[in-house]
Design a protein around this ligand. Structure first.
Ligand SMILES: Cc1ncc(COP(=O)(O)O)c(C=O)c1O
Length: 423
């Protein structure tokens, strides 16, 4: 069933905005998505009607808040088909989820001479925590390269993974080249040598059906704000038998069953990993977002984006050699992220010019510097789609790019604002 995109758009007031005299076209969904009214209402209901702390009181408001907060874990568990709600740990973003694994499981299971396998397409958030861990324990980091089409080199993965490998950390979908990795294949290779697989689902979970039972990974990290939830919400799902053996990442209130002056009994899952007052409203909002997506159906979400990608790649061909697109051409193995450069123009200049047409894209290295260096470039323009984007918006985007191309000589001499360094 196709998504009724015009009906969906009614739920996103931000889409009614006019930017620089043009109706907003929001193509920056890989950075963060817009939020529907349903999510904002769920957050407002909490703050207006039962804004109490969780797990800390027998009074009615605290019980209502606790119930809704715990229920959010259940909704997310259902969304990714986890075995149980308590395998779902609330964090603040994917970055924190991955750090949690690296510095709990990693610190107690990776040692001197062991190897950590990453890919060159990882976001810094799934690269730097592992490199730091490697430095701390004396382990070695090894990388798997990509093909000229931006696909993972599975042949090389098989060579690199060995008895020394303790963990393979892999993105399910690249935030730059859009490649959807065959994570099941990675799991097969890693599990043959007893290595643990950590999947970075930041770009995948919001955009396609993800079923942790079927996927077979040991940990899955993703961000609530990239799936229409509030900022400051992330998830770590982990295999129960592994999580149960771990000590907290951050300790303090809520992580314990009992504390004496010299001893502590850690709490059950997931509370052991949810230290201090959590982002209660955020988690309630995230549950509303997951419910919204489940109502649409994740197969339909993926189908909608696949159609937009196919259409955009086709229309970009009209610009001939003036636009270079990175990553696979086949929409079956790429998600709704299209990174490109306009020949002769700096990526920031193109981004700024698109903004003049009311089109929001991201420019820079998208927190994946090593991948850009691997591609031999110093940045890209990235257009990324979601459930509310339309073919008509793509048409506007292509028309704007054609105008930018025509004005190239004038634009090329404009000073480039180096606005984006971190990403
Ligand atoms: C593939 C990937 N991993 C991790 C992250 C980090 O997400 P967050 O900033 O929510 O921690 C991002 C964010 O862009 C991403 O695209």
């Amino acid at each position: 069933m196709a998504i009724d995109v015009y009906r969906v758009r009614e739920d996103f007031p931000a889409l009614k905005r006019v930017v620089n005299g043009r109706p907003l076209i929001y193509f920056d969904n890989a950075a963060t998505t817009l939020k529907p009214k349903q999510v904002v209402s769920a957050i407002a209901r909490y703050y207006l009607h039962y804004p109490a702390n969780v797990h800390r009181g027998f009074h009615t408001l605290s019980q209502e808040a606790s119930e809704e907060f715990e229920r959010s874990h259940e909704v997310v568990a259902h969304f990714i088909n986890a075995y149980s709600w308590d395998e779902v740990i609330l964090t603040y973003n994917s970055t924190e989820s991955i750090n949690l694994v690296a510095f709990t499981w990693g610190l107690s299971n990776v040692g001197e001479g062991d190897e950590i396998v990453l890919t060159v397409m990882e976001h810094h958030s799934n690269m730097l925590p592992w490199r730091r861990l490697a430095r701390m324990v004396g382990a070695r980091v090894r990388y798997v390269d990509i093909t000229s089409n931006g696909l993972l080199r599975y042949d090389q993965l098989e060579e690199v993974v060995s008895e020394r490998t303790k963990v393979v950390a892999v993105s399910m979908m690249s935030n730059v080249v859009g490649t959807i990795n065959d994570v099941k294949r990675v799991v097969k290779v890693a599990h043959e040598v007893g290595a643990v697989v950590v999947a970075d689902g930041a770009q995948a979970v919001p955009h396609m059906p993800v079923n942790v039972r079927d996927l077979g990974v040991d940990f899955l990290a993703f961000s609530g704000h990239k799936m229409m939830g509030p900022t400051g919400t992330g998830i770590l799902w982990g295999r129960r038998d592994i999580l149960e053996d771990l000590e907290p990442f951050k300790s303090g209130g809520d992580t314990i069953k009992d504390v004496t002056l010299d001893g502590v009994v850690w709490h059950d899952l997931p509370w052991r990993f949810e230290a201090g007052t959590p982002h209660i409203a955020g988690m309630i909002g995230l549950a509303a977002a997951a419910q919204y997506l489940m109502r649409l159906g994740m197969e339909n979400v993926r189908g909608h984006e696949k159609d937009l990608v196919r259409y955009t790649l086709k229309r970009l061909e009209e610009l001939g050699g003036e636009v270079e697109v990175y990553g696979p051409r086949d929409p079956e193995v790429r998600g709704g992220v299209i990174s490109f450069n306009v020949r002769g123009l700096h990526h920031h200049t193109v981004g700024k010019a698109l903004d003049i047409f009311g089109i929001a894209v991201r420019t820079g290295m998208h927190c994946a510097h090593p991948l850009h260096y691997r591609l031999g470039i110093n940045g890209t323009v990235r257009a990324s789609f979601y459930i509310y984007n339309t073919r008509e918006e793509v048409d506007e985007f292509i028309n704007s790019l054609k105008t930018i191309e025509m004005l190239k000589a004038k634009l090329a001499v404009m000073p480039v604002e180096e606005v984006c360094t971190g990403g």
